[in-house]
Design a protein around this ligand. Structure first.
Ligand code: NOJ
Length: 565
């Protein structure tokens, strides 16, 4: 790939064993498209997207121009948490297909020049995993229980949880089993946490990494990477709230971002480096910027998701600061930066930008509870800012993670009937939070709901496992394909240009009080107008713009890429 020469070790050596694979760094500036498989495309009409559905859409992915696909969990699962409750790490959910179909999908993607990253979920298994079933059947204190975190309860009868730790989805992080012991689950009770100090757990995951690497998988997205190492020494320390991003790292947190976690990922790197090219990895680690790049060191995973802009307001200074910090942090460890605006856990960014600035996480939750009515979204602004921010992030050094449907400009579905919500957050919080279903509604492929004999806008020949609103038709791939000014065609133009322009991982800021402006190597410049009033358009040939440009003005809420030499 074009960018490889800029980042690879160019030392002249006759020792081929130490010559990096010419594509070893493919991931450093890749555009990675996240597929949430149950909601992408359904080839058998049962209402649930599947592996063969992905295979059938490889031409679409190629026409979009992505470098890689990240496939969210496709493993056997009872779907207590959308597949992040894994029954078996080395198989495909029969509802989604077979290992053979997985291999076919992988081959088709590779033929199309698209790499494949799979989700790996090491913090917890499902309660149906064979190890957890063995643990339940075994005695307290047995080896089978030591793979998970079993403890006696507090109080004279042991009927109080072993600590005050809380689950991300609400309620206690401990559940009691019939013989009186309790097990830890930082997420749903169906997701028991592993004990990563147990060598058997560590070895088993390395086996899983090899299993998928041997099948040709190019990389891994590591779920809850910051949660694996826990301080389980007695007495368990108090931690009555989930600290999330703003945690202070002073060793006081027994559950997250502990220094010991890094030895696990160094061991994983040894496995990744057994392959040529080495397998890539990206951490999901909700930790402060300066801590994040530790996970992304070349001796560990290589990348870690940067969620800063996914949480940021639409603000010039805020964006400039965040971009500067993130590039500097990545450079300091030799990692490559990552950029993300949407994924399967957050409200789609077109909708976030349509809501008032400063609304915050709590405000977003309340907006969902109002079924999307209060406050009323300003969709025109949402669309302008969504495309402007996407075009800005696509122009940065590093790699960009896109979430299925954002290339259609899809909005969040905030009014899924309550009795059809599937996210465990809804039940576990006693209906206080609606959760993440609104960004997981199956994609519309056809404008007509009845297309192909189904009732799901061409998602499949049947229905859809989460209900699609009537307005989905106007966002269908079919509708946008035909419209040169659609969001889909904007993404296609931008991704194609990005490939052509891709160069060294550097950026040079241009001083300009009115706009955010930077130069990239190879003679192109990027300008974003965060205001609502037009700003003077710098000289240069317009390569792509997020909103139409006429004359010498850059409209508000718009990004443009310019060729300057
Ligand atoms: C992060 C995943 O992105 C989310 O969807 C899941 O619920 C939790 N980890 C637990 O696995």
């Amino acid at each position: 790939m074009a960018d490889t020469a800029d980042t690879a070790d160019t030392a002249d050596t006759a020792d081929t064993a130490h010559t990096p694979h010419p594509e070893a760094d493919w991931w450093r500036q890749a555009v990675v498209y996240q597929i949430y498989p149950r909601s992408f495309a359904d080839s058998d009409g049962d209402g649930i997207g599947n592996i063969a559905g992905v295979t059938a859409k490889v031409p679409y992915l190629k026409s979009l121009g992505v470098d890689a696909v990240w496939l969210s969990p496709f493993y056997p699962s009872a779907l207590a948490d959308g597949g992040y409750d894994v029954d078996d790490y080395r198989d495909v959910d029969p509802k989604l297909g077979t290992l053979q179909e997985f291999d076919e999908m992988s081959a088709k993607l590779h033929e199309a020049g698209i790499r494949l990253i799979v989700d790996i979920v090491p913090n917890h298994s499902s309660n149906r995993h064979v190890w957890f079933q063995e643990a339940l059947a075994a005695e307290p204190g047995s080896k089978a229980r030591d793979r998970y975190v079993f403890r006696d309860g507090l109080g004279p009868d042991g009927d109080q949880p072993p600590s005050d730790w809380v689950s991300h989805f609400g309620g206690s992080a401990w559940t009691r089993v019939p013989d009186g012991q309790w097990y830890l689950h930082l997420f749903a009770p169906e997701q028991p946490d592993f004990d990563w100090s147990n060598p058997e757990v560590r070895e088993d995951f390395r086996t899983t990494l090899r299993f998928w690497s041997d099948r040709g998988v190019d990389g891994f997205r590591v779920d809850v990477a910051h949660g694996l190492a826990k301080d389980l020494s007695e007495p368990l320390r108090s931690m009555p709230a989930i600290p999330e991003m703003d945690l202070v790292q002073d060793g006081s947190n027994p559950l997250f971002d502990r220094d010991e976690v890094h030895t696990i990922f160094s061991e994983w790197r040894e496995v990744f480096n057994e392959y040529d090219p080495p397998r890539a990895a990206v951490a999901e680690a909700w930790v402060p910027t300066a801590r994040r790049t530790l996970y992304a060191r070349p001796t560990e995973l290589g990348q870690a998701f940067n969620f800063d802009l996914l949480r940021a307001d639409w603000d010039l200074e805020g964006f400039r600061k965040s971009i500067t910090e993130n590039l500097a942090e990545s450079a300091s460890t030799g990692a490559s930066s990552t950029w993300v605006l949407s994924n399967h856990d957050v409200i789609r960014h077109r909708t976030r930008y349509a809501l008032p600035q400063g609304i915050g996480l709590r405000g977003l939750d309340e907006w969902l509870l109002s079924d999307g009515h209060d406050p009323h979204p300003d969709d025109a602004t949402g669309l302008r800012r969504a495309t402007a921010s996407t075009l800005l992030l696509l122009a940065l050094p590093g790699s960009m993670y896109l979430y299925q449907g954002e290339e259609l400009g899809l909005r969040e579905v905030p009014d899924i009937p309550r009795d059809q919500l599937a996210d465990p957050i809804w039940l576990r919080t006693g209906n206080q939070l609606k959760g993440r279903d609104g960004c997981r509604v199956p994609l519309p492929w056809s404008a007509d709901r009845r297309a192909g004999g189904g009732s799901s806008f061409g998602f499949g020949g049947g229905g859809a496992h989460l209900p699609q609103p009537d307005w989905f038709g106007q966002f269908a791939v079919e509708s946008e394909d035909a419209d040169p000014d659609s969001v889909l065609n904007l993404y296609r133009r931008a991704l194609k240009l990005r490939r052509e322009l891709r160069g060294a991982e550097t950026l040079e800021w241009v001083d300009d009080a009115a706009v955010l402006r930077f130069r990239r190597p190879g003679g192109w410049e990027v300008v974003t107008n965060f205001g609502t009033i037009p700003a003077p358009l710098p000289a240069g040939e317009v390569l792509v713009a997020s909103s139409p440009i006429t004359g010498d003005q850059l409209p508000g809420d718009t990004t443009v890429w310019l060729r300057t030499s």
